[in-house]
Design a binder for this molecule. Structure first.
Ligand code: CTP
Ligand code: CA
Length: 223
């Protein structure tokens, strides 16, 4: 695949990318998390940085490292911390890409001591986390551009279109779970982009770096 973007088509632009999973502490040694690698978000941050944007990457616990002088990485653990860092960066940011796999729920109370094994059954009460993309989407100005992701196992298009609207995205990237080699942990991905204008674009199975370039191409076209 060939990309025709010039290397500086995001010169002078500012961008925010959320990436990776979040970990929600149960006690000092345990957490609720997910299998997000953070690779997609890092690839998008690197692509925008190469094209000249100044990028703030707000990243949950991940093995990945973004390496570009235009990228400032803020490491966070929980959804709450990710929200606070993202909200701060969002105030001065033109482009926001919400690539993080934010935990939907967190333990209602965090035990200060390690929970000891006792009865055969254990329940942990959970509370819904703040929706970072939806909350910042409500404060979005006319100049700001938001991109979201959706990973669905059923009614993919319907669910993606609902999120596009509800979270005030300019476009949403649907990750196909059905294809081998797509999604978590893999280095490849297959996506469909749904624009708020109704435009729809499907990709073949691509390396994550090429998916990132395609996503950023879609942003640049709209700026
Ligand atoms: N998102 C977010 N904050 C959350 C949950 C999700 O910013 N607390 C963002 C994700 O980064 C992604 C988009 O919202 O860009 C959709 O995430 P997804 O988990 O698919 O949607 P949910 O609204 O959490 O719905 P559900 O998990 O029930 O499908
Ligand atoms: Ca979710």
């Amino acid at each position: 695949i060939t990309h025709f973007h010039t290397s500086n088509d995001l010169n002078g632009q500012t961008a925010l990318v959320t990436a990776g999973p979040t970990h929600e502490a149960i006690d000092p040694v345990r957490y609720i998390g997910n299998h997000s690698s953070g690779k997609m978000g890092v690839a998008i941050a690197e692509n925008m940085a190469k094209r000249g944007a100044k990028v703030t990457l707000v990243m949950g616990p991940s093995q990945e490292t973004a390496r570009h002088p235009n990228i400032t990485t803020i490491h966070v653990i929980s959804a709450r911390e990710m929200f606070e860092a993202a909200q701060k960066a969002h105030r001065t940011t033109k482009i926001s890409v919400f690539a993080a796999a934010v935990a939907d729920y967190a333990p209602a109370d965090q035990s200060k001591e390690k929970i000891k094994k006792s009865s055969d059954d254990l329940s942990i009460s959970l509370k819904k986390n703040i929706d970072i993309a939806a909350t910042l989407g409500k404060n979005k100005s006319a100049e700001q551009y938001h991109v979201g992701f959706a990973l669905e196992t059923n009614q993919e298009e319907e669910n993606a279109l609902e999120k596009l609207k509800k979270k005030n995205f300019d476009f949403i990237v649907l990750n196909s779970m059905k294809d081998k080699g797509a999604g978590f942990k893999h280095d490849t991905n297959k996506i469909t982009i749904y624009h708020k204008t109704g435009k729809k674009e499907a990709s073949p199975l691509l390396a994550k770096v090429d998916v990132a370039a395609l996503i950023v191409d879609n942003i640049v076209k709209d700026l």
